[in-house]
Write a new protein. Structure first.
Lengths: 88, 382
């Protein structure tokens, strides 16, 4: 197995705004998830923030930002990860 | 040796507040055994399909539980592949007969879902997806299928209201099925007016949260020559990446295409030979993909067929006569077995108000997760 590093820059393929959330994400609704094609080729699923559903278009350029992912679960650990914001 | 279904039964599907997981599973099993005219003591093995028994009922170890409830102590296995648990349990059961190890086998699928609240059941269902790459990002199943739906809309220039035709058709079929979760006929307008769950999927694009169980009794067909039975012609199972983002295509499910190829080859038939099918319409878009992945229609042509009512009762290729997951309900572990019960009853001519005519070959298509597992089984009258 080999490790690869990617730059968190890419383009939106598809998206959906979630209104009915799973545990830990209830306070975030509505939030938008998207399939993003990273410039190097792979596709990732992530949340898109600082944008409304009406602004979303296929091919929109986005860049990764470090964010809290949902609320702490039973273990009381705050999970952090990457979300994406539109590039102006 | 050929394997046949010699008995089949379902419980009602719906919000069954008074009934427990073990009760439903036992009822379906006993009814299927009665239908087969087989005593529990004549069963050699049991396969149980269930996804969330531990979360919803605090109950695992279902193999032993079902055997205990039937008063027998045989080889018994729980099979889990999310929403494809039923189809996969059935396939493993057929192999236990074809291997010569067992002669008469019971397969029962059951799920108790309504004891969990909305967020809890949504989280439980997301165990069918990728925990690190999907659940951690707040994805839900409606969300994952919504991503597929939007991709399909972009690629084939389809409008939201065209997906609604699936739900409308399946509610119509369900209205003719006394065991279905929903008995109400709905219109495209009803679907369009229902609230958004994950854009563009609305409440009426989504199959419900249901309780229910279904069971079949299988045997080496030569042991029961004079019984009414339906024969297994071929099966296929395949997986694809658990995570949706890693797929090659967002508008077709490769696991379904591959499983179907194996099943058609084993059965010695082509998609043209199939008269009717029960497919996995967890969301309206899923039925569109299914009938294309199974080779019934070319890519992008499914909606045309729906509009022409080809896949409605009375049409040339009825799909989801039970009402599908949308109309009949979707108790996850039970669905794959229910599909097989429906195909069996239809081939035997016992489907009453929703009976289709001229049926010789039926197919079941059961999907786990967002297309991560698919099991296809093909049945015939002779």
């Amino acid at each position: 197995m080999q490790e690869e590093e990617f730059t968190p820059q890419g383009k939106i393929l598809s998206w959906s705004t979630i209104r009915v959330a799973p545990n830990g994400f209830e306070k975030l609704t509505p939030y938008t998830i998207a399939l993003i094609r990273i410039n190097e080729g792979p596709v990732v699923l992530s949340q898109i923030v600082n944008v409304t559903e009406a602004d979303m278009i296929r091919g929109m350029k986005v860049t990764g930002v470090f964010r809290k992912l949902g609320l702490p679960g039973d273990a009381d650990v705050i999970k952090y990860g990457i979300k994406f914001v539109p590039v102006d | 040796m050929k394997v046949s279904v010699i008995g089949s039964a379902v419980t009602p599907f719906g919000e069954l507040w008074d009934v427990s997981l073990r009760q439903m599973a036992t009822e379906a099993s006993i009814s299927a055994l009665d239908d087969a005219n087989i005593d529990p003591t004549n069963i050699d093995a049991i396969f149980v399909a269930n996804m969330m028994g531990s979360k919803s009922a605090g109950q695992s170890h279902l193999g032993s539980l079902i055997a205990s409830e039937l008063g027998i102590s045989v080889d018994s296995t729980r099979v889990e592949a999310a929403c494809a648990s039923g189809g996969l349990a059935f396939l493993r059961a057929t192999e236990s007969i074809l291997s010569g190890r067992h002669k008469v086998v019971l397969v029962v699928g059951a799920e108790k879902m309504t004891d969990l609240g909305g967020s809890d059941v949504s989280s439980a269902l997301m165990e069918a997806g990728d925990e690190e790459w999907e659940s951690a990002q707040g994805a839900t199943f409606a969300g994952l299928y919504a991503l597929i739906a939007r991709s399909y809309m972009q690629e084939y220039q389809v409008k939201e209201e065209e997906f609604a035709l699936v739900a409308v058709k399946n509610h119509y079929h369900a209205s003719l099925n006394p065991n279905a979760h929903f008995r109400n006929v709905i219109t495209v307008d009803d679907v369009m007016k229902s609230s958004m769950v994950a854009t563009p999927m609305k409440l009426l694009d989504c199959s419900p949260i249901s309780d229910g169980a279904a069971a079949v009794v299988l045997a080496d067909s030569s042991l029961f020559n004079n019984k009414r039975q339906v024969y297994l012609m071929g099966s296929g199972a395949a997986t694809d990446t658990l995570s949706l983002a890693e797929r090659e295509s967002f508008t077709s499910l490769k696991a379904a295409q591959n499983a179907a190829k194996v099943a058609y080859k084993e059965a010695g038939i082509s998609p043209m030979d199939v008269d009717f099918a029960e497919v996995h319409d967890c969301f309206s878009i899923a039925e569109i993909l299914a009938i294309e992945d199974l080779g019934f229609y070319n890519k992008g042509q499914a909606i045309k067929a729906l509009k022409k009512k080809e896949t409605t009762l009375g049409g040339k290729l009825p799909i989801n006569l039970s009402g599908g997951l949308k109309g009949c309900g979707h108790p996850v572990g039970a669905t794959g077995i229910k599909q097989i019960v429906e195909v069996t009853k239809q081939l035997l001519g016992e489907s009453d108000k929703r009976q289709a005519d001229g049926l010789k070959i039926g197919l079941t298509h059961n999907i786990g997760g967002s297309g991560a597992t698919c099991v296809v089984n093909i049945f015939s009258k002779k």
